[in-house]
Design a protein around this ligand. Structure first.
Ligand SMILES: CCc1ccc([C@H](C)CC(=O)N[C@@H]2O[C@H](CO)[C@@H](O)[C@H](O)[C@H]2O)cc1
Length: 820
């Protein structure tokens, strides 16, 4: 029976309908008439999964046969988003599935809405990992994503009385049809205890006697490429107790004792840490990091021994990308496995290790650079501490030889920060153990070399690279914005742009085509209407699709400066109150984003946004021209409603703080114009789209540094900026807090007397640029021209380009097409 006509792999409408009915029947014990929307979703998911497994098995067979060099992407976060629509697109069966669903009387949108998104990440770093998995499969690069199967992902965000309220994310409640448990694939991971040395045929070896051993079990999720047969693997580890029930304890009536080991073990993969920059430094976090690093390396060693029977050449078979410092412990763990478990000597083990790892840094914020106290690290991972000490001893010997007598440099470069209570610098461990280090945008990579890793760049300039981030056009154009996707395919003549986005340049000549402008305006307005409907249904707020949709969605953080955006809104409000007939382009401000639960200032900013919204939206004098909305629970699923509908994308971080940003790329790819600072990837977006098609404002990173060096006194800025003074006074007056002058005092005083992220310094420049935006909006022909040129010139920011860069510059891997 040929592939195509097999009921479980065929892609024809009839085969999909039959497969759906069969899955409803045999997997869910349901039939059409009684199936609930969730049953329908599960049956649809299994129908799609079968087609993916078919490709996955053939891919695995092809990779095995070709002994292909494999990229292993180690990340504590994978923000995948809902699977169904994305997999239908990548299989090329979205349209035929819609038809099949219609003929079966199914509500396709309702089925898609059913899916609980796997929120196994916080923000940029986790979503980037997901985009990269999509591009690795689409480019047919043999790759494995390794991470943690958190039982609870990023919290669901409710807004109650304007405040963020966190609800646990029970994403596995109704089962997950996209994963395959691999109960037999399990690895032991040790914690605590002590080490002891012993003689082993004339050599001193070390054994680690742990006082806790947990078991890592694999759960596999196929990741299918777009328009190819390759399906790669995402392997997530879940923690279990080797013995999940202690019968002896039970016999003695110690019921808690009976399940203690089980509970303690499972806690390790229980929940994602919801912090998006500041390091928690919690023991459980270190346990999580070591747990998945160890399971992943043990799995690679199993594959290597299975394929080659030796660990020689391990670094030729595998290249391991460390997604920030969260998996950096892997450097020491590979040494432990090679030396202690596979009885290799230090030197050959180190040669393999340092040729295996590459490290990506995603942030310059000092509080996000992870360090662990030697005390905690040593207590939890005694053998790893010994290995870190030895790596450090040998490394510092080299540094001493290179920089004779420069003890200050030695202290700065050491893996151990001897000050601050002796802490292990994970960024240094990752850097010393890697053959390549990269930042995530040109400006950021330069700052990595000139600031946090300067000493290492002085020592190893050849190891430092830049790979500017990218996003997958499959999810962020085709799934999110099918109208735009159709228009682009029409203009380009085929869908080649989906895998080669530079082809969108062929849109440029249409930037002055009146007819095309009409198509373009219709596409954008329809997306804005969809968002308006969605916001009415979900948030209960009415917005006018004819207004300028000004959108800022990202994690809430002071360096991202959501509060600068609010100051603009308050100033507009005051201007309109003072001069009701003032010519202000009607705007709808949309905010969204989660705050780390312990980050009080970020939570206060959410409250301020909702409080300002409450006053403005109820003010009949202005609410026809100003409307403010905070969209709750910003996640991948909800974001897909926003990117197509935005006219203006707010990328207003303090210059030098946002490593790259990726939301900026998603908005510009969907035709939004960007108002932004010279920060992260904004710099490159402006270069690509043309500075005449980008609303740049603000001080540069150098200018801000100089301002700070000269002694920055934010309160003085207010003295001769009346509107700024007035906006801050209005907040302090209690207007937005029912007269309570205390509520926002911490925020107002922070801005007036510290303002660490230079909000006041950039206020006037921002407002001036925003005035220009309003003028530009008044000229739809000009606006649409800029919008079309933005999309035409965003090819560089496809994650396919990023992955090609990694393959050529760092990983040295080549595509291995899987044959169906
Ligand atoms: C220890 C807690 C913690 C958790 C996550 C992180 C991430 C590095 C934060 C993050 O997501 N950084 C973002 O990474 C994106 C992908 O490269 C960039 O586009 C963003 O600029 C950067 O803030 C730091 C510290």
């Amino acid at each position: 029976v040929g592939e195509s006509d097999h009921i479980r792999t065929g892609l024809s409408k009839e085969q999909l309908k039959q497969a759906y009915i069969d899955n409803l029947f045999y997997l869910l014990g349901r039939f059409l008439e009684v199936a609930t929307p969730h049953d329908s979703y599960m049956a649809a998911a299994y129908t799609v999964r079968d087609r993916m497994l078919d490709r996955w098995i053939k891919t695995a067979r092809t990779y095995k046969a070709s002994q292909a060099r494999t990229v292993c992407y180690l990340s504590a976060e994978f923000l995948l988003g809902p699977h169904l629509a994305k997999n239908l697109i990548n299989l090329g069966i979205m349209e035929v599935s819609r038809e099949a669903g219609a003929e079966l009387g199914l509500d396709f949108e309702a089925i898609l809405e059913q899916e609980e998104e796997p929120g196994l990440g916080n923000g940029g770093l986790g979503r980037l990992a997901a985009c990269y998995l999509d591009s690795l499969a689409t480019l047919q690069i043999p790759a494995i994503g390794y991470g943690i199967r958190y039982e609870f992902g990023i919290f669901d965000q409710l807004i109650e009385d304007g405040w963020q309220v966190e609800k646990s994310d029970v994403w596995l409640r109704d089962g997950n049809p996209w994963e395959l448990p691999r109960p037999k694939l399990r690895f032991p991971v040790r914690f605590g205890g002590h080490t002891e040395t012993f003689q082993d045929d004339g050599r001193v070896r070390v054994r680690w006697i742990p006082d806790l051993v947990v078991e890592g079990r694999a759960y596999d999720t196929p990741i299918l490429g777009y328009g190819v047969s390759n399906a790669n693997l995402l392997r997530l580890w879940s923690a279990h107790a080797p013995e999940s029930f202690d019968f002896q304890a039970f016999n003695t009536g110690d019921y808690y004792g009976a399940v203690h080991a089980k509970v303690e073990a499972e806690t390790i993969s229980k929940v994602l840490y919801p912090n998006d920059e500041p390091q928690a430094g919690k023991e459980l976090r270190l346990k999580q990091q070591y747990f998945f690093a160890s399971c992943s390396l043990q799995d690679m060693i199993r594959l290597q021994l299975g394929a080659a029977g030796t660990l020689e050449g391990f670094h030729e078979k595998f290249v391991v990308q460390l997604n920030d410092t969260h998996p950096a412990i892997a450097v020491a763990e590979l040494m432990r496995l090679l030396i202690d478990e596979h009885r290799m000597d230090w030197e050959p083990a180190w040669e393999i290790t340092r040729r295996t790892f590459a490290f990506t840094n995603h942030t310059l914020l000092p509080e996000a650079l992870e360090t662990w106290t030697v005390a905690l690290f040593g207590r939890l991972l005694p053998r790893l501490l010994e290995i870190v000490y030895e790596i450090n001893r040998r490394f510092l010997d080299k540094v001493r030889m290179h920089f004779l007598g420069d003890e200050a440099r030695i202290a700065r470069m050491s893996l151990i920060d001897e000050g601050h209570g002796r802490r292990i610098r994970m960024a240094h461990l990752a850097t010393v153990g890697s053959f390549a280090i990269n930042g995530v945008a040109e400006m950021h990579s330069e700052l990595v070399k000139s600031t946090i890793l300067k000493d290492f760049h002085d020592l190893w300039p050849e190891r430092f690279h830049n790979v500017t981030n990218g996003v997958t056009p499959r999810r962020f154009i085709i799934v999110s914005n099918p109208r735009l996707a159709r228009l682009l395919t029409e203009c380009c003549g085929d869908d080649g742009w989906v895998r080669d986005m530079d082809r969108l340049r062929s849109l440029e000549p249409l930037a002055d085509d009146v007819g095309f402008h009409e198509d373009w305006r219709r596409m954008k307005t329809a997306a804005k209407r969809d968002l308006a409907d969605w916001l009415r249904r979900r948030v209960g707020v009415n917005v006018d699709p004819e207004t300028l949709f000004d959108v800022q969605v990202k994690r809430i953080h002071e360096y991202k400066r959501q509060h600068l955006n609010v100051l603009h809104i308050i100033t507009l409000y005051e201007r309109l109150k003072a001069e009701p007939n003032r010519d202000v382009a009607p705007r709808t401000f949309v905010f969204g984003g989660k705050a780390a639960p312990g980050y009080l200032m970020a939570k206060l900013i959410i409250k301020l946004i909702n409080s300002v919204a409450e006053v403005i939206n109820q003010d009949p004098q202005v609410n026809d021209r100003l409307r403010v909305v905070f969209m709750p629970d910003f996640n991948v699923k909800n974001a897909q409603h926003l990117y197509p509908a935005a006219d203006l994308s707010e990328q207003i971080s303090m210059a030098g703080k946002e490593a790259s940003g990726t939301g900026n790329m998603k908005f510009a790819m969907n035709g939004a114009l960007t108002i932004g600072t010279l920060d992260g990837a904004n710099v490159e977006i402006r270069e690509e789209v043309g500075d005449e098609n980008f609303f740049l404002f603000g001080h540069t990173a150098e200018q801000l540094q100089r301002l700070q060096a000269e002694g920055y006194r934010p309160w003085e800025i207010c003295n001769d900026r009346f509107e700024l003074r007035s906006a801050l006074d209005l907040i302090a007056s209690g207007l937005f807090s029912h007269g309570d002058k205390e509520l926002f005092r911490p925020l107002v005083e922070n801005l007036l007397y510290q303002d660490p992220f230079m909000v006041l310094a950039d206020y006037e420049l921002y407002l001036d640029r925003q005035t220009e935006v309003s003028h530009a909006w008044r000229d739809p022909k000009h606006w649409n021209r800029m919008s079309i040129l933005n999309v035409a010139r965003m090819g560089k920011f496809s994650s396919d380009r990023s992955i090609r860069d990694y393959c050529e510059r760092i990983w040295r891997v080549r595509p291995v097409p899987a044959e169906l």
